[in-house]
Design a protein around this ligand. Sequence first.
Ligand SMILES: Nc1ncnc2c1ncn2[C@@H]1O[C@H](COP(=O)(O)OP(=O)(O)O)[C@@H](O)[C@H]1O
Ligand SMILES: [Mg+2]
Length: 369
Amino acid sequence: MKITDLSLKNFRNYEFADVFFSDTQNLIFGKNAQGKTNLLEAVFYLSCLKTFRAQKDFEAVREGEPFAELSGNFEAYGRQLSVSCKIKKNARELSVNGVSGIRPSEHIGTIKTVVFSPDDLSLIKDGPARRRRFLNLAISQMRPAYIRALAEHNKIIETKRRILKMEDGREAYFDYLDVLNEKLASVYAYILSERGAFLKKAAEIVKRTGFQISGGSEEISLSYSHASSVERTDDEENAKRLLLHLTARKEAELSSRSCLIGAHRDDFEVFINGKSARDFASQGQIRSCVLALKVAEHEILENDSGEKPILLLDDVLSELDPHRRSFLINDIDRGQTIITGCDPSMFSELIHGKIFTVAGGAINGENEK
Ligand SMILES: Nc1ncnc2c1ncn2[C@@H]1O[C@H](COP(=O)(O)OP(=O)(O)O)[C@@H](O)[C@H]1O
Ligand SMILES: [Mg+2]
């Protein structure tokens, strides 16, 4: 998959911008706060319809402007895709090849991207929500049904929460909680099976990558932890077992006034040489673990669709030592890559493609290498 060109209007610090990308590597240089990450964010937005930074889309609209317009031309599965998106205060207008009214679950996944930014280094040490986000984003790009399932799951949890937290009259909803649990079990069984399948594939890749970047001394492994001991058999069987679990925990949920079981409680753990990376890994080992997870995400998305996702590397090369850096850039063909950084001397020798410079929301230079 490739982006051939991007044009922005009132997106973050860009009033206008037009960028024509190389099919291979693209290096974007500039001092801090000039708009490098904003450019990657725009590419990511056209692919996943969310920013990888802000909570609210509208924060990405240039200050003082009513809306932002992003459009990009992509190539995926031998087709040209022209994606345009307007971000407004409380709305988004998406059109693909001139057709408007496209729903997110129809679009997400048609252009796949993998982002790696310094923020991702918190994947290991941060709480479970961070790791769930990683799983959700990757799986959503492969399975539109997963996006819908997650939305339904979250709606059920929200309703359950409202009931559980009621001061008076919860009794009237006891039977309704059973109905909600039944729905939850079925949708959660599907989410569990997708997450389980993803982590199973990821486990093999992180193990191999860990050995590759450490010269054989570091074995990285993964385990999925969730409140119910359900392993993937089939979704229907799992749903039955989850329902038993939910029913058994109903009293506990009522007394704690919270939803104790669901996809919102799950997590996965990363181990390095058998020890929890969260508790024991050094800074260097954390970088290896996150790099391995990103390589896994990239490879799984590629294997699933037959095309390499667009790889966005935001300022991470300077965070990696030369060995890991060269592994990420050169050891494996990663398809189209867009890389940002401050210091051109550090890795320009690694890059084959185009070099851009960004200053004050303007793309100033462009050289072929
Ligand atoms: N909504 C916005 N409107 C105008 N400027 C913005 C907006 N959001 C961020 N910026 C500006 O964008 C700049 C940061 O751009 P960024 O891409 O993060 O820089 P970097 O080159 O360091 O990656 C900052 O100057 C910030 O003030
Ligand atoms: Mg940046």
